[in-house]
Design a protein. Structure first.
Ligand SMILES: Cc1cc2nc3c(=O)[nH]c(=O)nc-3n(C[C@H](O)[C@H](O)[C@H](O)COP(=O)(O)OP(=O)(O)OC[C@H]3O[C@@H](n4cnc5c(N)ncnc54)[C@H](O)[C@@H]3O)c2cc1C
Length: 393
């Protein structure tokens, strides 16, 4: 929509082919219906939050920056607000306001919409004669084409990866798509009784088969169905490839090292007097986690705390600081917030978004091999690349 409106604004005759009845179905779902449209931070920080080559986006982000997007919306009657971590939302908390603003932009710039038109095939008419586009409603010819079909996460919204097939046929390399920002599936199921529990201030570390640390961050983690969910697990998913195994360590008390934690255990034991071990666990961890920890340590919960040996304290400390799991997969596309992979950036001119292989073909948004953390980086990338493609097509 950004690409089309911007091209229309330059006097181009533009047609949007959209397979759904309405435009922007995924956009409406973003930010849990509130649309976290960008992040209020500098361009370097946007680049640092986008993978695998955030640098590819410098031109796009400078051409249409987070500030430009915020001003663009505010000028069109959509005030915004900034929340925790620089996340920007419409002040109304309603993604419809962003979508409607884009629809008005299309109208303003006389962009023709053709809903319920699914593109089936795109043919490049040689040489430089434009493109022939086959849809379920007939054929169309166009001098230039912008592919903005998104990735293939949440396929029920319409983005099911169609664009990659055409891009491949036209000569582009597609980096194998993977679900991203998605819950992780673990082999061990012993956290199952704690499903739904949100752990705050824990550390998650992911190592590959060569014990190389691919991710380590502190934050919030949710015990999910089949494994782990919540912000930390979703972020970690961007560094995990399907079909490979990773070991995962949860540090439930990252603020203290092992020695300090042991001293805390000793203090608690003093205070607990004649109580049993279960009471000590209760002092340390959320109730739902105690069952799994009792099983992992193999220590009798009825054991009087005063009888706990130094070695047994060591076992407790080890499991609290190093709760190990194995990642054996990720949840599927229907739960993935974004797609990793897509059209290889090296084959797209970063200054125009035009294909380096097929003149007249442009790309915008998630169809490109670019993905970011949560926080508004993905939508900003879509808006900025859309603006650039629309400015150059
Ligand atoms: C639940 C959820 C929440 C999210 N929240 C956020 C957030 O808060 N902040 C953020 O930055 N990012 C968020 N994202 C990611 C963000 O929504 C995407 O990165 C963004 O929508 C990508 O925009 P796009 O225009 O490239 O693709 P899309 O929004 O996927 O749009 C592609 C369009 O192409 C159409 N299409 C596909 N194939 C065809 C075809 N063959 N013929 C015709 N039309 C076709 C589709 O119907 C669709 O309308 C979220 C994603 C999800 C799933």
């Amino acid at each position: 929509m950004m690409a089309a409106g911007t091209a229309g604004n330059r006097g181009r005759k533009v047609l949007i082919l959209e397979r759904n009845r309405v435009l922007g179905r995924k956009l409406l779902l973003t930010g849990k219906g509130r649309c976290n449209l960008t992040n209020y931070t500098d361009i370097d920080n946007h680049v640092a939050n986008l993978f695998p080559q955030g640098r590819f986006l410098y031109s796009a982000l400078f051409s249409f920056s987070p500030e430009d997007l915020i001003n663009w919306l505010e000028d069109r009657g959509v005030p915004t607000k900034i929340e925790r971590g620089g996340r920007v939302f419409p002040a109304s908390n309603d993604s419809h306001d962003v979508r409607n603003c884009l629809l008005n932009y299309l109208k303003e710039n006389r962009v023709e919409l053709r809903p319920l038109s699914r593109v089936l095939e795109i043919e490049n008419l040689e040489p430089t004669c434009g493109f022939q586009i086959k849809t379920n409603q007939g054929e169309i010819s166009a001098e230039r084409v912008i592919l903005a079909t998104g990735g293939c996460s949440y396929p029920q919204t319409g983005s099911s990866g169609d664009g990659w097939g055409w891009a491949r046929q036209l000569g582009h390399r597609i980096v194998e798509p993977e679900p991203g920002l998605v819950p992780l599936i673990t082999r061990e199921k012993d956290l199952e009784p704690a499903r739904g529990l949100l752990l705050k201030n824990v550390e998650l570390t992911v190592q590959d088969r060569n014990n190389r640390r691919v991710f380590s961050e502190q934050g919030e983690l949710e015990i999910g169905e089949d494994g782990l969910a919540g912000p930390l697990a979703l972020r970690a998913s961007l560094f995990i490839q399907r079909g490979r195994e990773y070991s995962l360590l949860i540090d439930l008390k990252p603020a203290v090292d092992r020695k300090k934690l042991d001293r805390r255990l000793q203090r608690e034991i003093e205070e607990l007097g004649h109580e049993n071990l279960i009471k000590l666990w209760e002092k340390l961890l959320p109730r739902m986690l105690i069952g799994p920890l009792v099983k992992r340590t193999g220590l009798d919960p009825e054991l009087p705390v005063q009888q706990l040996t130094r070695e047994q304290r060591g076992v407790m400390v080890k499991n609290i600081k190093n709760f190990g799991l194995t990642v054996i997969g990720k949840k599927d596309w229907s739960e993935a917030i974004i797609t990793m992979g897509g059209v290889d950036c090296r084959e797209i001119d970063p200054a125009t978004m035009e294909s380096k292989i097929v003149p007249g073909l442009f790309f915008a948004g998630e169809i490109i091999d670019l993905h970011g953390f949560t926080g508004g980086y993905n939508l900003q990338a879509a808006f900025s690349t859309g603006f650039l493609a629309g400015s150059n097509c």
